[in-house]
Design a protein around this ligand. Sequence first.
Ligand code: ASP
Length: 400
Amino acid sequence: MPLIWKIAIGFALGIVAGAVLKDKAQVLAPIGKIFITLLKMLIVPLVFSSLVVGTASLGDPRKLGRIGAKTIVLYLVTTAVAIVIGLVLGNILQPGSGMALSVDTSGFKAPVPPSIVDVLLGIFPDNIAKSLTEANMLQIIVFALFFGVSAVLAGEKGKPVIALMDSVAEAMYKLTGIVMAFAPYGVFALIATTVAKYGLSVLAPFAKVILAVYLGCFLHALLVYSGLIMLVVKKSPLWYFSGVRESTLTAFVTRSSSATLPVTMRVAQENLGVSEGIASFVLPLGATINMDGTALYQGVCALFIAQAYGIPLSMGAQASIILTATLASIGTAGVPGAGLIMLTLVLTAVGLPVEGVALVAGIDAVLDMARTAINVTGDSCVAAVVAKTEGELRDVERSL
Ligand code: ASP
């Protein structure tokens, strides 16, 4: 049986187990935790080794620069479109009208987000050993790019280290496959514990905001990703979404773009045919800075909170949400719940009360699942587009 079916069965059984076991489902929590831990274990060696090989294989630093520019532009544009979709839905569905009185925000301490300048300055590593132990993705990317280029410049003497990294990367992809064999159980446990925690009574008052975020994510995938895949990659959306379903599903249950990264890198290469050079650069960068789902969610939530507090938001204020939510989503770490912390930045920028985050905090995990799934799906879409335009997309034989 193909792995994706096993994962789907784990998912479905997890929903049932969560609903039946209720609080007792928490005994399954360690299984989910082990799955996430194993995925995280892969990230640093996989990203570092494959990015060194990828950089070396792309060779020409000018090509690297061009790929970098394309990637960043695509990431920014897709993120801005996601926010617009979020704002449109927030205006149409009015998820926050009549909310404020029903939620108790007393005793809630608003989280403090890191400043955007610090985030940007933090991409340069002063001690690569520290960056590796902290799994600081942007610093690892910067160092691996420098290292890959330098290894090529070192000529004959540089070749062994590239060959070594190639072999490390290969082994890490195999290990990713081994860890994914455990995915059906991990997915089962993660979804069971989530379902057990969030009964209908908890979710019902938030039905509209949940609907806005989920519908927004769906529309974004349908319009933006399908559009890019059809227009640029010249393939059907079905080819794309079935190719990346393992990573979309893993992101949904783990709620972490970072933890999902090894899966994203594997499916982009194996199922979409993206070259290692492109995948190893575009995807780790995307897992760190490209968060379409998070940006969309921040757009929806800003409006939700404004409506809940009865504060009207002018068109100008909504336009400035596009800018701040783009920045906030770039600064959002690819870990569960990070988007909620960065939401405070957006709220402050448009003069909304930061306590507003308390309104969504209780159900944030449910919103996090959808936004993380979209975050990750957006990364591989951009990887496929960049690969296609660079002639780095292989044709892969696979049934849908
Ligand atoms: N959990 C999201 C991610 O890892 C970030 C967020 O909280 O919005 O992509």
